[in-house]
Write a protein that binds this ligand. Structure first.
Ligand code: MG
Ligand code: ZN
Length: 385
């Protein structure tokens, strides 16, 4: 990384020295021949928007692009890289180990929620952001205690301990969260706590699908905000789920108002993965098309804001999905080699200040380190392995 930065500096200086040298030497230029041409300071990264399409490999985003009239919001990104998604104990990762890699910069075992291979809690980017006074958010089209969002806010040895993961929401001051899983907060089997009441007692505005349609909800940035979109897992887009784009577009101005220091938010298109597990091409495509709209909203915000780094990737590919020879642009015929995740490398798309850090081929854990570097936070001292 340092090498790359140095190389960029040298290249910029070479370009400036070669193209900025006047043809005729004047007295002034002669007087200071070796003056360093100042490099224009880069825009700072105040906010990071991290978009994760669970199970979105190259096949999935290709199929979604073709099915969308041969275009997607990803084509607006000029910095593209690849990450290696393998876990600490398996070549084929699950979403928990993969999200821990993104959230904490450590490879761990499949099933781990922000704990290392010895089941010790490791700090997450979201927790660090909270400590530094940034506003934070999590949005998912799964339950909010599902592996991908859970790894930013909870620490647990096993991803399916949903009630324990829900209780960990009380350990941070997350500013904005939207997703399913109300029952793990409100009607718990292992204790009688009502975590929605506990959050409200701390000043949160909490609502759910039963009380109000998300479309009609206007989050007030004077208080922390949580909204539950389902009792357990939200339904697929094809069956009528429609909150993800709205939850994304409302989050950006909300978080910007919450803190002058910036924000971090992770937004997950959770069910592209479930289409892969179901070996269902239409499921994959409909979920991708919604996720594509989320990317558009994030791009529009990042473009206007100028201090926002936007990173889009997936945790892994699901289904070994490939587009078959019978396919046309309007009618994708997909085939699958698996009903589980595969080990293929995963594309990363970055936009905005700091985006140049994300080109090349690297470990999934490096995404965490690159985000820290973009924020200007000190190195965490972890090798990432
Ligand atoms: Mg997920
Ligand atoms: Zn999966």
């Amino acid at each position: 990384m340092r090498g790359t930065k140095m190389l960029i500096l040298i290249v910029i200086q070479l370009i400036c020295f070669s193209s900025c040298q006047p043809k005729v030497m004047t007295e002034t230029t002669m007087a200071k021949p070796m003056e360093i041409v100042p490099v224009k300071p880069q825009a700072i990264v105040k906010n990071i928007i991290f978009l994760v399409g669970d199970g979105m490999g190259l096949g999935q985003l290709s199929a979604g692009t073709y099915a969308n009239g041969n275009q997607s919001a990803l084509e607006a990104f000029s910095v593209i890289g690849l990450h290696k998604p393998y876990a600490q104990n398996k070549l084929i990762t699950d979403s928990a180990a993969a999200a821990t890699a993104f959230a904490c910069g450590k490879k761990t075992y499949n099933g781990a929620i922000a704990v290392d291979k010895d089941k010790r809690s490791i700090p997450t980017l979201l927790e660090e952001a909270e400590e530094k006074g940034l506003a934070t958010g999590l949005v998912a089209s799964s339950s909010i205690v599902h592996a991908t969002p859970a790894c930013y806010i909870a620490h647990n040895e096993y991803r399916k301990n949903y009630e324990e993961i829900a209780a960990d929401f009380l350990d941070t001051e997350i500013d904005y969260f939207v997703g399913g899983g109300l029952k793990y907060f409100q009607r718990r089997e292992k204790d009688d706590r009502d975590l929605t009441k506990e959050l409200q007692a701390r000043g949160y505005t909490i609502s759910d699908y039963f009380q109000a349609d998300f479309k009609s909800v206007v989050p007030d940035s004077k208080t922390n905000f949580g909204y539950f979109t389902a009792d357990e897992e939200p339904i697929p887009v094809s069956m009528g789920r429609d909150y993800l784009v709205d939850a994304a577009s409302k989050s950006f101005p909300f978080l910007k108002e919450r803190s002058n220091s910036g924000f971090f938010i992770m937004i997950e298109g959770s069910q592209i993965d479930w289409g892969g597990h179901a070996n269902d091409t239409d499921y994959i495509i409909s979920e991708f098309l919604e996720f594509n709209e989320v990317i558009k909203e994030a791009l529009a915000f990042a473009r206007a804001d100028g201090e926002t780094l936007l990173v889009v990737t997936a945790d892994h590919e699901t289904g070994g999905f490939a587009i078959q020879k019978e396919s046309t642009m309007d009618s994708i015929a997909g085939a699958f080699t698996s009903d589980y995740h595969t080990g293929t490398m995963i594309p990363v798309f970055a936009y905005g200040p700091g985006s140049e850090l994300f080109s090349g081929i690297y470990e999934n854990t490096d995404i965490y380190h690159k985000m820290r570097e973009a924020f200007g936070w000190s190195a965490s001292g972890s090798s990432g392995q």
